[in-house]
Design a protein around this ligand. Structure first.
Ligand code: HGY
Ligand code: MN
Ligand code: MN
Ligand code: MN
Length: 416
């Protein structure tokens, strides 16, 4: 892992494109800030358009802002959809999502070149569509996986477009602002493939290059609104306070205590708190809090949900506030199609790449897609398991191996 590998020219081109791509929204600490439909997201999307068009792909934006690079090798046939997302968390790593979109583009370039080789290379049965899903992260606009949720019919287009960020800007306005709201409906899909970094340590720990994702954990996300009353932090008697932040803090602790009751099988977190008015001498009147619960066991998730719900009246009494709970987003434990996992295992063996079956604890657009068409989800290792962090890293050797793997999986899917 420490030596610098010598790459073939196409692999070196991929590594170089990855380096160039990572400059859009680059942060001082070596990460990126490319939240959905921001200027940096728009610039990167235009760069991807140029990359795809230069290789003969037609680029279209659909009504939900998903970016499609289409190549029709067989007129009228459905498409193998391959991609991930280029949007990021506010202080994110370079790999989460973006690696998967660029790998999809380069995999498609290699296949198109092969098909151009004539009869000996064989014509595919299906066409190929590279996709850059809109707003997978859900940091600026909720919920996450927005673009793929609209494409797969799980979220109404109007609901998505009318969603606002904390400044009151709608998705519609933000997409128009970067020129990425189109009138395309998206292609007809036959299969889907996505590659992503693992975002955990298990593959690196086991010395495995390719993760064959066989299922996802389930997730339940909630927005809690804690209602209190604004007051002076100096002059208001403690007993009279209705401190929304105190109630929110109790919810944060309750979430952690829940996880501790189900060690290793339940993950709970509060990732975002918005405090109103968020001023030093004011007892907060309101806090909006985003809490998520995840497990591979839906009965654990249901029990944790119920326990959390039961805690709320005691928190309301203790902090003298009221709590409103709104469901935000959820997905069940969903297995990926066994045939896809087997196909990917065979490809890894044929390419001489080590592989093992893994679960995804994070959400991915492929979780939506696998309910629409057979879907293959692949991982490459994350160094030290670090993710959603500017120091997220995967070696060049591993991203190149991931690209080879994705190319051959998509090749076989395109051949039906
Ligand atoms: O895992 C998540 O919640 C995000 O959609 N990736
Ligand atoms: Mn991601
Ligand atoms: Mn992410
Ligand atoms: Mn005053």
């Amino acid at each position: 892992m420490t030596s610098t590998p010598t790459f073939t020219a196409p692999d070196a081109a991929f590594v170089e494109d990855f380096r160039v791509m990572s400059q859009f929204g680059a942060t001082e600490n070596g990460g990126v800030d490319r939240q959905a439909a921001t200027a940096a997201d728009g610039e990167q999307r235009r760069w991807l358009t140029g990359l795809l068009e230069a290789r003969g792909f037609t680029v279209k934006f659909d009504r939900a802002g998903n970016q499609w690079g289409l190549f029709e090798a067989v007129s009228g046939a459905p498409f193998v959809v391959v991609g991930s997302h280029m949007d990021s968390q506010p202080t994110a790593g370079r790999y989460d999502g973006a690696f998967g979109v660029l790998a999809a583009a380069h995999a498609a370039f290699r296949l198109v070149e092969k098909w151009a080789g004539g009869a000996a290379s064989g014509k595919p049965k299906f066409n190929i569509a590279v996709v850059n899903w809109f707003n997978e992260e859900g940091s600026r606009f909720k919920p996450s996986m927005m673009g793929s949720s609209v494409y797969t019919g799980k979220l109404a287009l109007e609901t998505a477009l009318n969603t606002t960020d904390t400044q009151g800007i709608t998705v519609r306005e933000a997409l128009d602002g970067i020129g990425c709201r189109g009138d395309y409906d998206g292609p007809a899909a036959s299969y889907c493939a996505e590659i992503h970094i693992e975002q955990g340590p298990s593959m690196e720990h086991d010395g495995i290059t390719i993760g064959l994702v066989q299922s996802s954990w389930a997730a339940n996300k909630y927005e809690f609104v804690v209602h209190g009353e604004q007051a002076h932090t100096g002059s208001t008697v403690i007993a009279d306070r209705k401190d929304a932040l105190l109630g929110a803090a109790m919810l944060v602790v309750a979430a952690r205590e829940l996880a501790d009751r189900f060690p290793g099988v339940l993950h709970t977190s509060v990732g975002e708190l918005t405090v109103y008015p968020n001023s030093p001498v004011v007892v907060p009147s309101r806090v909006n809090l985003l809490l998520d619960l995840r497990s591979a066991d839906e009965s654990v998730l249901a029990e944790a949900d119920a326990l959390l719900h039961q805690r709320i009246p005691a928190i309301e009494r203790a902090a003298n506030i009221s709590v409103e709970r709104n469901h935000s987003h959820s997905w069940p434990v969903t297995p990926y199609q066994t045939e896809g996992v087997e196909l990917a295992a065979k490809v890894a063996a044929d390419l001489g790449l080590s592989s093992k079956q893994v679960m995804t604890l994070a959400g991915h657009d492929s979780i939506n897609m696998k309910d629409l068409v057979p879907t293959v989800m692949l991982f490459v290792p994350s160094v030290d398991g670090i993710s959603h962090n500017e120091h997220e890293y995967t070696t060049d050797a591993d991203i190149v191996a991931g690209l080879a793997m994705l190319t051959e999986v998509v090749n076989r899917l395109c051949n039906g």
